[in-house]
Design a protein around this ligand. Structure first.
Ligand SMILES: NC(=O)c1ccc[n+]([C@@H]2O[C@H](COP(=O)([O-])OP(=O)(O)OC[C@H]3O[C@@H](n4cnc5c(N)ncnc54)[C@H](OP(=O)(O)O)[C@@H]3O)[C@@H](O)[C@H]2O)c1
Length: 270
């Protein structure tokens, strides 16, 4: 079995790394805040003191980090250490430009795959994510299958690009549901009646997400996603959603909370 280095044991990365441990892959872990790696070491993973140490002997390197700046910082340390023949699977949501920049930094013989994921923390734990794999994923598809259903999206960067499209649609949909509920409130409708009727319509999935429990997608991460999307195309409605999320994320009590809390603020402003 391949030696896997997993970098980034945040909310998503932790669930995903546990899938690899469960499948008995030899696993080395690194996280910027080392305390988050401790349970993995107790469960049989090797602890690396630095990103460079984590990847030195790895056949497959997986990164699941917050944003392009985090990826850039980790890449700086990792790139010189990768061994020829290694595969790097970049699974954070960073957009296609960051993938292009990363590809340009890699030496000969290292295969890069961009494979961001759809689904939140609950699906990361249970291995039911949607994995959007761009580039030549042939050598790592069996590893990605531990995380959920793999869709090959096309050339390198296409997974990262599709992830922005899908997240913009989800976040836009969730914001639309919140505004529809504002309208329902102001027209004096019963909350459950309005919510059930919306759930039975074409925005059903967005209604589920707007009221979801037991999942965690931080509001600051959603801001990052919509900022990347609105940089890539002119999207006036998404700009409005971005502004709303930005103002929610400026509240320290909300920045790291699931987006459902920010959505609540559309209905009931602070
Ligand atoms: N949560 C979701 O529902 C969800 C769903 C799909 C995709 N995503 C995407 O998946 C990625 C991870 O999300 P998450 O929810 O796991 O976020 P998270 O819990 O905030 O974890 C972020 C990870 O990035 C690390 N990190 C942040 N800045 C860093 C830096 N400068 N250098 C090195 N490491 C750094 C953090 O380390 P520390 O522990 O030291 O802070 C942590 O391991 C994001 O790109 C997110 O957009 C999230």
């Amino acid at each position: 079995m391949e030696k896997i280095a997993f970098l980034g044991l945040g909310r998503m990365g932790a669930g995903m790394a546990r899938r690899l441990l469960g499948a008995r892959h030899p696993l080395t872990v690194w996280n910027r805040t080392p305390a988050k790696a401790e349970p993995f070491v107790a469960a049989g993973a090797e602890l690396a003191a630095s990103p460079a140490e984590a990847v030195r002997d790895a056949d497959v390197v997986i990164t699941m980090l917050a944003d392009p700046a985090a990826l850039d910082a980790v890449a700086e340390a990792v790139v010189p250490e990768l061994r020829p023949g290694a595969h790097w699977v970049e699974m954070s949501t960073v957009g296609p430009d960051a993938i292009k920049e990363l590809a340009a930094r890699l030496g000969e013989g290292v295969t890069l795959v961009d494979a961001p994921v759809m689904g939140s923390t609950d699906r990361a734990e249970s291995g039911r994510l949607g994995v959007l794999a761009g580039g030549d994923a042939t050598g790592v598809e069996h590893v990605l299958a531990h995380f959920g259903t793999v869709t090959r999206t096309g050339p390198l960067g296409s997974g990262a690009a599709l992830k922005l499209v899908l997240n913009a649609a989800v976040l836009g949909g969730v914001a639309l549901v919140a505004e529809a509920m504002v309208l329902a409130d102001s027209l004096g409708l019963d909350e459950d009646t309005a919510r059930t009727a919306l759930a039975n319509g074409p925005l059903g999935g967005a209604v589920d997400r707007a009221f979801a429990e037991g999942v965690h997608f931080g509001t600051a991460l959603a801001v990052k996603d919509l900022a990347l999307a609105t940089k890539a195309a002119r999207l006036p409605a998404m700009e409005a959603v971005l502004e709303h999320l930005r103002s929610a994320a400026e509240d320290p009590a909300l920045a790291d909370e699931d987006i459902t809390r920010a959505v609540t603020r559309i209905r009931r402003p602070a």
